[in-house]
Design a protein around this ligand. Sequence first.
Ligand SMILES: Cc1cc2nc3c(=O)[nH]c(=O)nc-3n(C[C@H](O)[C@H](O)[C@H](O)COP(=O)(O)OP(=O)(O)OC[C@H]3O[C@@H](n4cnc5c(N)ncnc54)[C@H](O)[C@@H]3O)c2cc1C
Length: 391
Amino acid sequence: MTTDWQNWSGSQKHAALELAFPESELAVADLIQRAAGAGRNVRGIGSAHSFVPFWTDDYLVSLDNMAGLISHDAAARQVTVWAGTKLHQLGEPLWNLGLAMENMGDIDRQSVAGAISTGTHGTGATLQNISSQVVGLRLVKANGAIVDIDRSTDADLLRAAQVSMGTLGVITQVTLQAVPAYHLHERNWQASVAECAEAREDLIANNRHWEFFWDPQTDQCAMKTLNATAAHSLDSPLQGQNIGRSYRVIPSSREFKFNEIEFSVPAAAGWECFLALRHLIQTDFDDVRWPLEYRTLKADDIFLSSANDRDSVTISAHQGAKQPYKAFFSAVENLFREYDGRPHWGKIHTQQASQLEVSMPQFNRFREIRQSMDPQGLFLNPFLKTVFGVD
Ligand SMILES: Cc1cc2nc3c(=O)[nH]c(=O)nc-3n(C[C@H](O)[C@H](O)[C@H](O)COP(=O)(O)OP(=O)(O)OC[C@H]3O[C@@H](n4cnc5c(N)ncnc54)[C@H](O)[C@@H]3O)c2cc1C
């Protein structure tokens, strides 16, 4: 008896031997030991919003039943949450403590464990990815041991675990560094590519968040800025503007399903890379109707972060979930490679260990840690074996 299952976009489908919803860390450890005993693989699953083949027909572990706030350190502004908590379940409880996440991505449907495991990020040149908000976590290892990891116990292990695609163990708890609760003022407007080019340096420097979506059909940029404000709402309605709590303003809803590729490139190369992608679409893929998204991301020190040791621009391309994407994404990926691009781990890419050890300075350090944490490869699958160069 197997459980049929698919990811958000429908690009990944599995018939899993077992899709488990444990309610305790001991139950997670028990499942891991059972799988190891049976010579099967175990993969964590959050909201299944990733586009790549992260999963397995063996054992899937969802922490949907391990969600919510566990504890709160008011002085340090830190909260410990169950790793299965969805980001949209965090906003209100944090707000009630006078806190908020420093930044979020385009949506809030991901689980905490899933979001951090792929280096999920939002936009803002002074803001790092969500994994950077992690100051500690607990995971269940391949041998069933439950371990706490933070900077003081093992800084390198934390840097590895902060973005680890489920390959070090099943993460059960995460301690996040929050910031004081804040409201955001959102402004949206349309600009031509020339206007965007002229304004972009100022927009990056003078706004907490700036991003744009370039529409290949109109050749226009849908620009958006977000800035902290003391106001709690607009005095009167203004077109394209909104003020509200950060956790309500940052995320959007995505009604239509798509597949996506995204790479980070050095910040200084971002605009040139965008222009090259625009040219590629206009010349070779003029049937593409989905936009390019352009965002900024501050450098960090997490081993597998796409912004490891470099301020970055992230650019993503999309294609409708039911439309063929391989030729388009392959051309996009080749172009990203010309700009020293690094993949978003949750989005479609074909990068392999031999390429990643060149583009990611700490890739081999991560591989050593992964090997020592899970020598038998319990938490790997064929896709991840290719990524990490494991036979
Ligand atoms: C509509 C949409 C919008 C998006 N917007 C953004 C965005 O703005 N910014 C951005 O950076 N990305 C974005 N993404 C990508 C998305 O944030 C990532 O793919 C993220 O990892 C999904 O989280 P999830 O909870 O669905 O995790 P999943 O996709 O289920 O899993 C992701 C990884 O985490 C691992 N994992 C899950 N739970 C555990 C656990 N308990 N322990 C150990 N490992 C675990 C999985 O094995 C897998 O390797 C978007 C995706 C979609 C579909």
